[in-house]
Design a binder for this molecule. Sequence first.
Ligand code: ACM
Length: 264
Amino acid sequence: MKYRVGICQFQPQLMVPDLNRLRLNRFLSGLQADLIVLPELTVSGYVFQNREEVEKVAEDARQGPTAILFRQLAKLNNTSYVLGFVESQSDRIYNSAMLVNPDGQIHIYRKTHLFLEEKNWFTPGDSGLQVFPAKDGVKIGLMICFDWIFPEAARTLALKGAQIIAHPANLVLPWCQKAMLIRSLENRVFTLTANRIGHERNGDRELSFTGMSQITGIQGEIIKRLGNRGEKVFITEIDPEEALDKKVTPRNDILQDRRPELYL
Ligand code: ACM
């Protein structure tokens, strides 16, 4: 099966979601793919100073302006999208990702493992690690940024049948890109890590993001890694059915050979 997948490396302007949506709309228009992954907190930026700022950019997962835009784009371009956003849900705020399909369906994942100051304003995700169908029924596992450091996240998604792990990110530590090669290898899945770039300053808070968004294959190989500068969309063709074969030798199936009764 041929499946066109893409990573979108982007630099949002902090707290200017309308402008970021406008720029993304232009950036993605006319791009033909089956699945494109965008960064964590794609339209809001990342370096908040307090919860009040986060509340200003929080939105409803299905009726908010980002969901409305990406539902339109998904239909128009016949493409599934995964992107991170600030989700408001009654009095709670989550660091979430949405999978938006061409038929208008939206699936939500709420980040399980919060990073550093995120713990000051986001509620830890309660959705669990989930696998959802994207365009043509391909099974997509969702995780967000710092989930990478917990091998259980990718393993759970593989056990639930993910063929591709979609991984929106705002990476600041230097190790994730390397680690995701191993997440691919040990689970025999494709991964699409879409990272942001640039430097963000807000009062006394300041972070630089590492770019190097990447696509990895089921043997832990780098199919594509972008540089650490420049906004870019890269699209290539993969065969997600490769990820259904979990045999690493004729007698070793990496999921069936597990011995969970000995692990704790
Ligand atoms: C991160 O989880 N945004 C580092």
